[in-house]
Design a protein around this ligand. Structure first.
Ligand code: AMP
Length: 187
């Protein structure tokens, strides 16, 4: 019997999904037992692959469909800054509690154990600015949901949401509905 290649899928097609899949490392039991950490550092470190992924995200949404890019701390910053540069727009960080120096809006959400809080500067967006939100991994969707709320509270309009990798079995996409999710790779 011939072996069927492992099926890879994502919202930008199998080639992009394969590109991401080939440059992600599974790290079992990090940061705690039972979690398989999806390490995308090999993708970030590969110039050609990183550029292809960034260009695909810009093309998917359309260069003129967003005015600013939001990156979620910390790995989202890497992707957001590259997309912003490629599209010729600015970048706004959404940070963990207590890191921003000026007046900020905060949104808290439940983690498996305890709670997390994200913040954005109150003056981060010009009213009505269209905001593309990006992160590395979508798991339960709590982080993304809090971020999308923060963007709207700070006067932005969410124009799109992209992740490099989605853990489909955690149903983050359903939690974020009706916000569409663009995931380059879904596992
Ligand atoms: P969640 O709020 O559950 O969707 O978790 C998403 C956030 O946690 C993202 O900012 C990810 O960087 C990080 N994250 C959650 N699970 C993983 C994982 N298995 N591998 C890598 N990062 C993860």
């Amino acid at each position: 019997m011939t072996e069927t290649p492992t099926e890879v899928r994502g919202d930008s097609g199998p080639l992009t999904a394969q590109l991401v899949a080939s440059r992600v490392l599974d790290v079992p039991d990090f940061p705690k037992p039972g979690i398989v950490f999806k390490d995308l550092m090999p993708l970030f470190a590969d110039g050609a692959a990183f550029r292809a992924v960034v260009d695909e995200i810009v093309d998917h949404h359309g260069r003129d469909s967003f005015d600013v890019v939001v990156g979620i701390e910390a790995r989202g910053f890497v992707v957001a800054a590259a997309i912003a540069y490629a599209a010729g727009v600015g970048v706004v960080p959404v940070r963990k509690a207590g890191k921003l120096p000026r007046a900020a809006y905060a949104a808290s959400y439940a983690l498996e154990y305890g709670e997390a809080t994200l913040e954005v500067h109150q003056d981060a967006f010009t009213a009505g600015h269209r905001v593309l939100v990006v992160d590395d991994v979508l798991a339960t969707g709590g982080t993304a949901k809090a971020t999308l709320e923060l963007v709207e509270r700070a006067g932005g309009t969410v124009a799109g949401f992209t992740v490099l990798l989605e853990l489909g079995f955690l149903k983050g996409r359903e939690r974020l509905a009706p916000q569409p999710v663009h995931a380059l790779l879904t596992v």
